[in-house]
Design a protein around this ligand. Structure first.
Ligand code: ADP
Length: 319
């Protein structure tokens, strides 16, 4: 099964003609929905068909109650630290051109502790895949990966958001990482000092991109998600995970994208779910599944709410 360690947020979203300026009061169309990279990815993993546990921290408030109800509706085994801080929130303004301004209130997410991770060592140790991101403390992510490693589970790190600093320990414990273009360039600059423009990444040739990936995570696999250009996979020498090639590209699925919010989360959750399924298949088949799943998720609005079911996916892309 899959264990996701990470954040839950209540997203408050306002659609406006233009983003508000200091001192300005505007009227917009409001909606709320569940979010947080951790919860989005756990929802994707569960709907992609994996038995999924989600380790997180929630406040003692309506947001926390909502998370419990949503997890239960999706059959997610919720392991929540009860925090004195409020449940995580995000305030999101979106203008008519689709540009956004976002404020995150980490709240309870910042309280997820290594001690709480340790309380759930049995669940983590029983997982095939452990997936985490950087919206909760890195020490807790590292604690979860250390337990996963000791039990022989695959560790998958989504190094998001881009401004978060990854500890050397967490980096060393990651078997594979899944940055988008911005996150890839931010971590490459931090880890190696190399400056790359995220807008030019998809245009690099395979050999150049592979070399940057090898510099970024010499011991593990790097999967760079490239939005509508699909993704790029780069494996370490001698660790091809069943693939024939050390690096390759996978084109995006042909979809009618209406909202790409959470596409990366869909990709990560579906990749973890596919990798956790019984049977040895080449890594590229799991990537292809995640790529189709993330593509389909863009045809619906919302983050966690937009995650498709495995049956929807198989109906849309019969193989
Ligand atoms: P993030 O949401 O983290 O910015 P990306 O934009 O790279 O991540 O998208 C993640 C994955 O979602 C891509 O690798 C691809 O599989 C899928 N995807 C995103 N945008 C599209 C699109 N317009 N058409 C098809 N697939 C898409």
């Amino acid at each position: 099964h899959v264990v996701v360690v990470g954040s839950f947020n209540v997203d408050h979203v306002w659609a406006l003609p233009v983003l508000p300026r200091p001192g300005e009061t505007l009227a917009g169309t409001y909606h709320t929905g569940p979010g947080g990279k951790g919860f989005n990815q756990a929802t994707a993993a569960a709907r992609a068909g994996a038995r999924t546990a989600f380790v997180c921290a929630l406040g003692d408030d309506v947001g926390g109650q909502w998370a419990r109800a949503l997890a239960s509706a999706d059959g997610i085994d919720l392991r929540a630290l009860r925090s004195d801080a409020p449940t995580g929130t995000a305030g999101i303004y979106v203008d008519a051109d689709g540009r956004n301004s976002i404020v995150i209130g980490p709240g309870a997410n910042a309280q997820l502790s290594p001690a709480f991770i340790d309380e759930h060592r049995a669940a983590i140790g029983a997982a095939n895949v452990v997936l985490t991101q950087l919206e909760t403390p890195v020490e807790s992510a590292a604690a979860a990966f250390a337990l996963a490693r000791a039990a022989g589970a695959l560790t998958l790190l989504n190094p998001a958001p881009a401004d978060a600093v990854v500890s050397a320990q967490l980096w060393a414990l990651s078997d594979a990482i899944t940055p988008n273009e911005t996150e890839f360039c931010a971590q490459l600059r931090r880890q190696t000092g190399t400056e790359l423009d995220p807008d030019t990444l998809a245009a690099l040739d395979d050999a150049q991109l592979h070399a940057h990936c090898r510099a970024l995570l010499p011991h593990g696999s790097v999967i760079v998600t490239l939005g509508k250009s699909g993704c790029f996979v780069s494996h370490a020498d001698g660790a091809l995970r069943g693939d024939a090639q050390a690096c390759y590209r996978v084109a995006a699925a042909a979809v009618r994208a209406v909202d790409t919010t959470g596409a990366g989360d869909a990709f990560n959750g579906a990749l973890a779910a596919s990798l956790a399924r019984a049977g040895e298949r080449p890594f590229g088949e799991h990537i292809a599944y995640a790529n189709r799943y993330a593509g389909l998720s863009t045809e619906r609005a919302g983050a966690a709410a937009a995650m498709p079911n495995d049956a929807d996916l198989r109906a849309r892309f019969p193989s």
